[in-house]
Write a protein that binds this ligand. Structure first.
Ligand code: SAM
Ligand code: DTB
Ligand code: SF4
Length: 325
């Protein structure tokens, strides 16, 4: 593979991305794996653990989400967790090999008071010598700066899908508002974590457009979560046709090729994937995943199963912290 494959570009054309999707599977995976090997230790996977710090009763109408108050999913709402519960969960995650702890809140945006509470959580988790990530909805510039000052390493805010398909999934916040939050996070000097969800009825062009939007940001996100829709009863997207697994793997491969230095995270949806599919995702360039039996409100594979899978594949947890210089 030529050195050209390592060049970080922010001017990807949709035709170039679509032609990657159209390659014969073996050619695509050969290319993405080669790029992966040029940029990363290909036998290591970064491991993050998630915790829902505030669950349910969200005012947004995201049609995939168990936590939207518009969706009758039977989820019990919970208040913002006390700090000691967060510290206990992070300690457990660290002892299980996670290097990053990600905290998610079902908010449209944080209030100043709730942000101060989250900042205490970030400081407490940092004190355990773990990387921190939070996902709290939309941020104002000065809120991003406050989070940066607290030592936060990553902010997760997904574009979710293409700008064209977006309106059929969410109507209560615009694509531009998402891009604005990403700009505030980037300008504050926090690493951006941004990706999307596949299997919501979008076309291949929508998947290509999502990746184009991410790759053509002023800087590639440090981390790109690729979620496979977790279908939740009571949400408008429950019952939709599943995405072809090969199309999911292709999307991971294209993300790896066009964002060669980003961590591509195999995120939600792993409970529906067999081990062979996950191993192909790692081969195609995925090098991060969520570890722990729970995502935010839904199940993730059992920890013992993931440990066994890593052992069978000769994969190791990445121990170096990604945000370290
Ligand atoms: N409320 C905040 C927000 O949306 O910005 C943060 C939490 S929200 C649950 C974080 C991300 O999780 C969403 O942007 C979406 O990409 C992903 N997600 C939520 N529900 C999902 C589902 N059922 N399947 C796959 N991904 C999901
Ligand atoms: C992301 O892209 N995926 C994670 C994390 N960022 C916050 C969330 C997945 C949620 C899956 C559904 C649930 O458990 O509620
Ligand atoms: Fe709320 Fe986030 Fe769920 Fe949308 S994805 S309903 S903003 S918790």
């Amino acid at each position: 593979m030529s050195n050209k494959s390592n060049i970080v570009r922010n001017d990807w054309k949709i035709e170039e991305i679509e032609s990657l999707f159209q390659l014969p599977f073996n050619d695509l995976i050969y290319q993405s794996h080669s790029i992966h090997r040029n940029n990363f230790n290909h036998n290591e996977v970064q491991v993050s653990t998630l915790l829902s710090i505030k669950t349910g009763a969200c005012p947004e109408d995201c049609s995939y989400c168990s936590q939207s108050s518009r969706n009758d999913t039977g989820l019990e709402r919970e208040r913002l967790l006390p700090i000691h519960e967060v510290v206990d969960a992070a300690t457990l995650a660290k002892n299980n090999g996670a290097t990053r702890f990600c905290m998610g809140a079902a908010w449209r945006n944080p209030t100043e008071k709730s942000l101060d509470h989250v900042i205490q959580m970030v400081e407490a988790v940092k004190a355990l010598d773990m990387e921190t990530c939070v996902t709290l909805g939309m941020l104002k510039p000065q809120q991003a700066e406050k989070l940066k000052a607290s030592g936060l390493d990553y902010y997760n805010h997904n574009l979710d899908t293409s700008p064209e398909f977006y309106g059929s999934v969410i109507t209560t916040r615009t694509y531009q508002e998402r891009l604005d939050t990403l700009a505030h996070v980037r300008n504050a000097g926090i690493n951006v974590c941004s990706g999307g969800i596949l299997g919501m009825g979008e076309t291949q062009r929508d998947r290509a457009r999502l990746l184009q939007e991410l790759a053509n940001l002023p800087e590639h996100p440090g981390s790109v979560p690729i979620n496979d829709l977790v279908q939740i009863k009571g949400t408008p997207l429950a019952g939709i046709d599943n995405l072809d697994p090969f199309e999911f793997i292709r999307t991971v491969a294209v993300a790896r090729i066009i964002m060669p230095k980003a961590y591509v995270r195999l995120s939600a949806g792993r409970t529906e994937m067999n081990d062979e599919m996950q191993s192909l995702c790692f081969f195609a360039g995925a090098n991060s995943m969520f570890y722990g039996e729970r995502l935010l409100t839904t199940d993730n594979p059992e920890e013992s199963h993931d440990k066994q899978l890593f052992a069978r594949l000769g994969i190791q947890n990445e121990t170096r912290k990604v945000s370290a210089p």
